[in-house]
Design a protein around this ligand. Structure first.
Ligand code: RBF
Ligand code: MG
Length: 327
């Protein structure tokens, strides 16, 4: 997948494009279906498959005072989009000028002059342009005028609920990471650099933990979780604690992972934690021995959870060698 940030860099390069456009926070099952559809249509029509999305997320600019915690930061969003096969991702900077563009001006400048769009596929609730005026109906009218087709995908449902970024956020924040998984098509995951913590886990408790330097915005409800820990493309079993370590009275929320059957210095490395299932609430123990006993039990439960076939993890390798970035 080629990532293009400046429309000038791709102008006159593409003879015809099948485009899907959206904010794609979480790149969930609904987004995945849109992207895959755009790719298969593109292939059938001999068009380039293009995903158009924005950075930062438009709500960050339009509603900076009350944005939801985003499921995916831009870097992970791009990585996930690329796993679904589009040839190009046009990542447009979202700012107030962009917000003021009328739908027709946006379509002309970016999608027609820039990408030579012939087909457009949008999600059921997508709106673009000033005042969210570019909906399925108005875009279809623009398509008739300028010579492109517009298709709208129905919402994707899993069980009895529509897959949406909002629903995924709610599930994760309630600790229901196992329930969020089918909506995401993967475990909910966060990534972070391993930093020095209190040095208490290993020395005092006998259970060393990798403390994550937090950059992601959305965290599962505080508590203990069975996790997969990805280090250098290898996966290890683990148990994580999210919370404030009330037994010791920390102030700040921390995310720490105890990695099972693992020895090695991973300070400074980026690791990824995949949340599989919640085990319990974090609590204040009356002493270190009580906490140690409970962590030993958490580990036992964690092993049982992770050994179940349904908890299996499959890493999708991204071939960054074949990824190209345009200047
Ligand atoms: N700290 C608490 O104060 N209460 C807990 O319930 C708690 N549960 C934990 C469960 C696991 C599996 C792990 C790895 C840690 C837990 N901790 C808990 C955090 C512990 O206090 C912390 O790892 C050490 O203080 C070192 O930072
Ligand atoms: Mg630690």
């Amino acid at each position: 997948m080629i990532i293009v940030r400046n429309i000038e860099d791709i102008k006159d390069v593409i003879a015809g494009a099948c485009v899907t456009i959206g904010n794609f926070d979480g790149v969930h099952k609904g987004h995945q279906k849109l992207i895959q559809l755009a790719c298969s249509r593109a292939k059938a029509q001999d068009l380039a498959s293009v995903v158009v999305t924005f950075d930062p997320h438009p709500l960050r600019v339009l509603r900076s005072d009350r944005t939801p915690p985003f499921i995916t930061l831009t870097e992970q969003k791009l990585e996930l989009i690329s796993q679904h096969g589009p040839q190009v991702c046009l990542l447009l900077e979202f700012n107030m000028d962009m917000a003021k563009l009328a739908p027709e001006d946006f379509v002309k400048k970016y999608l027609l002059d820039g990408l030579n769009m012939k087909e457009m596929i949008i999600g059921y609730d997508y709106h673009l342009g000033k005042g969210r005026a570019g909906n399925f109906e108005t875009l279809t009218e623009l398509g008739k005028k300028h010579g492109f087709t517009v298709d709208r995908l129905n919402p994707v449902s899993i069980g009895d609920a529509v897959v949406s970024s909002t629903r995924i956020r709610d599930l994760v924040q309630a600790g229901h990471v196992w329930a969020a998984r089918p909506l995401l098509g993967r475990f909910y995951q966060i990534k972070g650099e391993v930093v020095h913590g209190m040095n208490r886990g290993g020395r005092l408790l006998g259970f060393p933990t990798a403390n994550l330097k937090l950059v992601d915005e959305l965290f599962p409800k505080p508590g203990v979780y069975a996790i997969w820990v990805e280090i250098d493309n290898e996966v290890h079993m683990g148990v994580a604690n999210i919370g404030k370590n009330p037994t010791f009275g920390n102030d700040a929320l921390s995310v720490e992972a105890h990695i099972l059957d693992f020895k090695g210095d991973i300070y400074g490395k980026d690791i990824r934690v995949h949340f599989v299932q919640r085990i319990r609430d974090e609590k204040k123990f009356s002493g270190i021995d009580e906490l140690k006993d409970r962590i030993a039990k958490d580990i036992e439960l964690g092993r049982q959870i992770l050994a179940q076939p349904e908890a299996e993890i499959r890493l999708t390798k991204v071939d960054f060698e074949n990824d190209q970035k345009m200047a």
